[in-house]
Structures are given as structure tokens and as C-alpha cells.
Design a protein around this ligand. Structure first.
Ligand code: HEC
Ligand SMILES: [Cu+2]
Length: 265
């Protein structure tokens, strides 16, 4: 049985739904995803900014559809489980053998669910297609203090990937596990909304690691193929191999004015 949160429990002033029929949109549409552990664990994320370790689960139909290049189906539930990262006495996250954060206490659970016909009540500047968002506390109760408007605002710029920020991972394009890396001559740092060095020259088959040092998230997007990295938060990296000689122009998927290139020769 999936427990549903009755509207009478939702006392949070959802200003974004005020203009519409009360209760016709909002987090109360989403039940706690009791079965998420039976779903596909499609990514784990180390969040350096808030020292969290996160597990991302997607319903099997959604993972299958996305991996076949189809749209995300109605009925999809994506569950993001937030844990504190384990820290050493100095407060720095402890890493496992693969250099990844280790799971500590549960912080909370956030959920997004997509259903045909949902979302019509929201104004265009807020609406995230047919998605609704909800959040639950560490004791798995509905979180009436969560900022639901912020969910829509932060995911909104990702409209081209159906608002799913981790879409590349859902599609299985960027495995989180440490990749066997052939050291390249240079890393690309991202700082102050710029790639540095903006022009990098490497040999064929070498990997380029980009690391985001900014507080703002960035995303490496190749101009020709429109291949996108995951959204990189502060401290996160993306690594990509370039096999064939040529010049690969890229830009930030979130800030198109940020540009760089990799020349393979
Ligand atoms: C500050 C920006 C921001 C806000 C606000 C935000 N998110 Fe996200 N969300 C992200 C990022 C970035 C990711 C990618 C995974 C990660 O880094 O943890 C993500 C991922 C997710 C995912 C996994 C699927 C996906 O889109 O990748 C869910 C589910 C989710 N968020 C739910 C919520 C809910 C519910 C809220 C509101 C309570 C919310 N988010 C608010 C930035 C945000
Ligand atoms: Cu950027």
C-alpha cells in the first residue's frame, strides 16, 4: 500500500498555486516512494558543497525508456535520497577506495513524479512540464518546510532534458565509478565563469578532466554533438576521452557565453 498524504496535512503556503484551484497542484500529489529501493539506483552523487552523499533512484520503466532514447513516460518517479557524508575529525568527507564519499545519516528524501495532465495549473514561468515535486524528512514524513517553489525554479533551466538534471546518468552515459584514466597533459579548471585553459591541445585518445571550482554549477556541452556532462557543482569533475584528431568546441550548457575548445592532434 502506498500511503498518500492527505491535503489536510499540507498547511504550507504554496504561493505558487495560490492563483489556481487550491489543492489542484502541489507536493500532496506525490506519495512517499516506499518502494524506491526496488527501483533502479542509476547514480550516486558526492556533493562537495554541502557534504552530502546522494542516491538517485528511477522507476524501471523510466530507465528503460530513456536508455532506448524515448521520452520519460507518465508514472515516472525519481527519488533522490540525501545522506550526510561521513567526515573525519576535521570535518572533511572520508573517501572510499574509489575516492567516493561514504554514506552517513539520512538527511531527507526528495521526489519528482511525472503524470499525464499534471502541471497545467502552474504559470509558464514556473511550470516544469508534467512534473510535481515533493520532499520528506529523515523520519520519512512529508516536509512542509521545504521550499517547493525553489524545486521548480532550479530545475526549470533544464527544460530541454525534461527537467531531469541527472538525465545523462539516467541514460547511462556517464557512469559515476572512477574511470581508468590515461593522464593527459592538462586539466581544465572552471573558475569565475570561464574555462581555463580555454584552448587545450592533447594527443589522440587522451582524457580531459574538467573540474568546477565555482560556487555556480556548470555543464560541459560539446558544440558538434551536443553531448552534455552532468551538471557540475563546486568540486565536481567530468572526464571525457577524445579519440579522433580535430578541434572540439564546447560551451557551458547553463551559461552559453562560456566557451572553450580541445584540439586533438
Ligand atoms: C539549488 C538548485 C536545486 C533546487 C532548489 C532543487 N534541486 Fe533537485 N536537483 C538539483 C541538482 C543539481 C540535481 C542533480 C543531482 C545532485 O546534484 O544532487 C537535482 C536532482 C534532483 C532529483 C533527481 C532527478 C534529477 O532531476 O536529476 C530529484 C528527484 C530532485 N532533484 C528533487 C528536488 C525537489 C523535490 C526539490 C525541492 C524540494 C529540488 N529538487 C530542489 C538542484 C536543485
Ligand atoms: Cu556555466
Amino acid at each position: 500500500m502506498r500511503k498518500r498524504w492527505s491535503i489536510t496535512f499540507i498547511v504550507v503556503p504554496l504561493t505558487l498555486t495560490m492563483a489556481s484551484v487550491p489543492g489542484s497542484a502541489g507536493p500532496d500529489k506525490i506519495a512517499f516512494p516506499t518502494k524506491h529501493k526496488d527501483d533502479v539506483l542509476y547514480a550516486t552523487v558526492d556533493r562537495y558543497d554541502n557534504k552530502q552523499y546522494r542516491e538517485l533512484y528511477g522507476t524501471a520503466d523510466a530507465v528503460k525508456a530513456v536508455r532506448e532514447g524515448k521520452p520519460i513516460p507518465s508514472g515516472t518517479v525519481l527519488t533522490l535520497v540525501q545522506f550526510k557524508a561521513q567526515v573525519d575529525p576535521a570535518g572533511n568527507p572520508v573517501k572510499d577506495a574509489n575516492g567516493r564519499f561514504m554514506k552517513g545519516d539520512l538527511v531527507g528524501v526528495t521526489v519528482m513524479e511525472k503524470r499525464t495532465g499534471w502541471g497545467t495549473e502552474y504559470p509558464d514561468d514556473i511550470r516544469n512540464g508534467e512534473w510535481e515535486y515533493s520532499a520528506f524528512t529523515a523520519d520519512l514524513k512529508f516536509n512542509d518546510k521545504a521550499n517547493y517553489k525553489a524545486c521548480f525554479q532550479c530545475h526549470k533551466p533544464h527544460a530541454k532534458q525534461d527537467y531531469v538534471i541527472s538525465l545523462a546518468r539516467l541514460a547511462g552515459q556517464a557512469p559515476g565509478a572512477a574511470v581508468a584514466m590515461k593522464a593527459g597533459p592538462g586539466d581544465v579548471g572552471i573558475a569565475g565563469f570561464a574555462f581555463g585553459p580555454a584552448k587545450l591541445t592533447i594527443g589522440p585518445g587522451q582524457y580531459v578532466p574538467w573540474t568546477n571550482g565555482d560556487d555556480s554549477p556548470h555543464q560541459v556541452t560539446l558544440a558538434a554533438s551536443q553531448e552534455r556532462s552532468a551538471v557540475l557543482l563546486k568540486g565536481q569533475s567530468h572526464t571525457q576521452a577524445f579519440a579522433a584528431p580535430g578541434v572540439y568546441e564546447y560551451a557551458c550548457g547553463l551559461h552559453p557565453g562560456m566557451k572553450g575548445s580541445v584540439e586533438v592532434k
